[in-house]
Ligand binder design. Structure first.
Ligand code: BGC
Length: 420
């Protein structure tokens, strides 16, 4: 439960041009967001692919790469027809840095990485202030930006969703990783009691719920496949809740079940199954496709197994794989409902109801994920569970980051930095 130093909700009137750099999982993204007030905005963005090596190389090199991409983006977007910069001499652009890993923050533009998640493992970064590391890279490449805020994707999603729909009280990400954010009363945040922040203020909390039950494994029921996923990961013991839910792991869970049945001689007898034996080759996107296969013969599933893994399947096997995908996907959604229910209960949102802004590849692409979350909420709360409604959120890592950069600028200009 991490205090984010994002104070309160946006007014919807935030306006101006802001940059956002999003380092969150699969891609690196640079966005230019023009906030137009009245909850409206426009956005231009460029995505850059991150290699597996970059995720495990020296951390400073990763931030250097971020800075290089940022420089290319600015050179492209702030240059006139004759190749001259359109920025005034000495002008810097405000930048929100969306860094979607658990960080302890002491102020909005500081963030000490607690641990990498989602398979990242860049060296010499854990325990260090990533804002400062990124600032060093910005200085090295002489990029005309001022990094005003470091933001988790869930906090960005909370703020972006509220900017366009003020009924949003909670934000969740179900993607490569999973997590949630909500707005808390400062008076109830023990961790920042000593800072003497105005008691009437509110602050967003980055729950980092992916870490729930890590190491102890006391609360979440795990199968032997979950235990293997955990023990063979680059971070054994950590992110216990996330490993049951997020897109990075669901395909791997299914693959482990298949491998066990191959070893027992139940599946694919006499076929060469080596392609299924590499960890993480079975993508979570395959589970989505398997669940949404509309044909009686399950032709999509035939396609996946022949094309990617060079094995033939019988109809009975395909029906079994689909049933398995449904179990894994459904469990992920229902556990996610538990997380949402915990925040709803803590904040007393059940009677009046609230919107939950949700984003991430699982939520957006996995068939029936949202419906299963809603089913779970009704099982937990009874009919009142219908008051809690998830909806596809605005782009928190881009737009949300820009809005938070804008909110921070307003507060700084009013002399309210670092705290209110
Ligand atoms: C990270 C969170 C992030 C979530 C969704 C998790 O692995 O720890 O900070 O919000 O993934 O991207």
């Amino acid at each position: 439960m991490i205090p984010t130093f994002v104070f309160g909700w946006p007014t919807g009137k935030e306006s101006g041009d802001f940059l956002a750099l999003d380092l969150g999982g699969t891609n690196l993204r640079v966005c230019l967001v023009t906030l137009q007030g009245e909850g409206k905005f426009e956005m231009t963005q460029t995505k850059y692919r991150l290699t597996e090596e970059q995720k495990h190389d020296e951390g400073q090199k990763l931030f250097d790469f971020c800075a290089e991409c940022l420089k290319t983006f600015i050179d492209t977007n702030y240059t006139d027809g004759e190749g001259k910069s359109t920025l005034k001499p000495g002008e810097t652009l405000p930048l929100g840095f969306t860094f979607s890993y658990p960080c302890v923050q002491e102020r909005i533009d500081h963030g000490e990485l607690i641990r990498w998640t989602k398979g990242f493992g860049a060296l010499n970064t854990e325990g260090r202030d990533v804002a400062e590391m990124f600032r060093n890279s910005i200085a090295k490449y002489e990029i005309p930006v001022t990094m005003t805020a470091i933001i988790n994707d869930t906090t960005g999603t909370l703020i972006a969703s509220s900017y366009v729909n003020p009924k949003t009280k909670i934000a969740v990400i179900f993607g490569t990783g999973c997590n949630a954010a909500y707005m808390e009363n400062v008076k109830d945040i023990e961790k920042i009691k000593s800072l003497g922040i105005d008691d009437k203020a509110q602050m967003a909390i980055n729950c980092e719920w992916g870490a729930f039950d890590s190491f102890e494994h006391e609360h979440l029921p795990r199968t032997k496949y979950d235990v293997t996923v955990d023990e063979t990961s680059n971070k054994p013991g950590e992110q216990a809740f996330e490993k049951l839910i997020s897109g990075r792991y669901l395909g791997e869970i299914l693959r482990l079940v298949i491998c066990e049945l191959i070893d027992e001689g139940v599946l694919f007898l006499g076929q060469d199954t080596y392609k299924l034996e590499t960890p993480y080759v079975f993508e979570t996107a395959f589970l989505s496709l398997m669940e949404s296969d509309p044909t009686d013969e399950l032709l999509m599933i035939i396609g996946i197994f022949t094309h990617f893994f060079a094995v033939e399947t019988t109809l009975a096997e395909r029906q079994f794989f689909r049933a398995l995908a449904m179990l894994i996907g459904r469990r992920a959604a229902r556990l996610s409902a538990c997380g949402i229910a915990a925040i709803v209960s803590k904040m007393g949102y059940l009677d009046e109801g609230c919107l939950v802004g949700a984003d991430g590849s699982l939520y957006n692409k996995y068939p029936g994920f949202a419906e299963r979350v809603h089913e779970g909420l009704i099982d937990i709360f009874g009919d009142k569970g219908r008051n809690i409604v998830t909806h596809h959120a605005e782009d928190g890592s881009g737009v949300g980051s820009a809005i938070i950069a804008a909110m921070t600028k307003v507060r700084r200009d009013a002399g309210l930095y670092p705290n209110v």
